[in-house]
Structure formats: structure tokens, C-alpha cells
Ligand binder design. Sequence first.
Ligand code: NI
Ligand code: MN
Length: 220
Amino acid sequence: MKVTFLGHACFQIDTGKEKILIDPFLTGNALAAVSADEVEADLILVTHGHGDHVGDAEAIARRTGAKIICTVDLAEGAFAGKGLNVIAGNLGGKILMPFGSVKFVQAIHGSGVAGTLSNGFLITAGDKKIYHAGDTALTMDMQLLKADNVDLALLPIGDFFTMGPEDALRAAEMIQAKTVVPMHYDTFPPIRQDPEEFVKSVKKAGLRAEVLKPGESIEV
Ligand code: NI
Ligand code: MN
């Protein structure tokens, strides 16, 4: 299974059958690896209502016919009445899919749309598990993910709006994923970070980590 970083918090998971797109903020992101007009998707996962996560979800869903997965509240607040195919769940819930499942997990963050919560996603595809943290502070809830035997953890390191590198390292130590990839940095001036330094710190803690430049992929 191939996971491609498309910039900011946007990733595409290619299961071999389906293409799962997460937080497609492409238009307006100078560092995006693809344009909203060309990206492929069968399913679009949105972690919360901020513009740098909802991004082009509506336009891509309209063009590709992809289904959107988000919370019931975000579905109501951001996607209602638009003729889109939305699968709306909520925190703690797991949605069964042909490739496995998508579970809504805890994130500590605002959400941009009144009455909605932020979340992360634990995606099971075949025998692999991928955790996309969304935007979040460090939270003890991440300890719970250790029991899930996560293969790939995608963690924000930008600081200012989310965990910074120090807290993301503590998150990585809690989660014990097989590989960690940093996200949510450099897109805007307040979140400039050195991802190589972060990766070094994670490796020092005995875990595997890798920086993906926008457009680069990792095999999971
Ligand atoms: Ni946010
Ligand atoms: Mn964000």
C-alpha cells in the first residue's frame, strides 16, 4: 500500500483498489504536490472544519464522485444540501469499508465550524493501520493507540496551532507506530519547522521516522 504526502496535512492512501484522500487542502497551498483538478479520490476523509483541512473536499468530491467521511456535525455544518455523498460518523465510531475501516479518534483542537469537534482517523486497510492525527495537541488519549499496533503515524509538528516537534516526539513515544511521518509544517510562516530535526529526535528514541517532501510516497 502506498501513502503519498501531498502537502500540509493532505495524504493519499492507495490501497491498490481505492484512493483515500485525507484533508485535501490543495488550492491556496503553495507547497501542494498536485492540483485539486487532477487529484484522484474514491473517498475523502476530513478531520475538521478549518479551511486548511476541508480545503477542496467539495470540489474534488463533485468532480470524482468520491464519498466524504466526516463527523455528523461537520457534515451538517459544511456539506449539507450540496448533493454530495457524505458518510457521517462520530468520535469513537468505526465505519466499515470494502478495504477495512475508518475510525474517528480523539483530537484536541478547535474545529472552525460552530458545533463541530475535531478528530483524527485510524484507517485500517488490509492488514495495515494508518493513524492521521489531524490537528491536535498532545493528549494522553494517544496512549490508547499503542494497542492498535499502528504501522504509520502521521503527526503534526508545526507548533503554534498544533503539537510542536517536542510534543510530537512524546506522541510518537506513546503511539509506538512502526514509522512516523511529520506533517502540518512550513505551509505558513508561524509553523516553519525543521522536519529533519524532528525525524532525528524520533530515531534517537528508537523509532523509525521519515520526512516526505510533497509528492513523495512511502510503502506501508
Ligand atoms: Ni485546524
Ligand atoms: Mn490545520
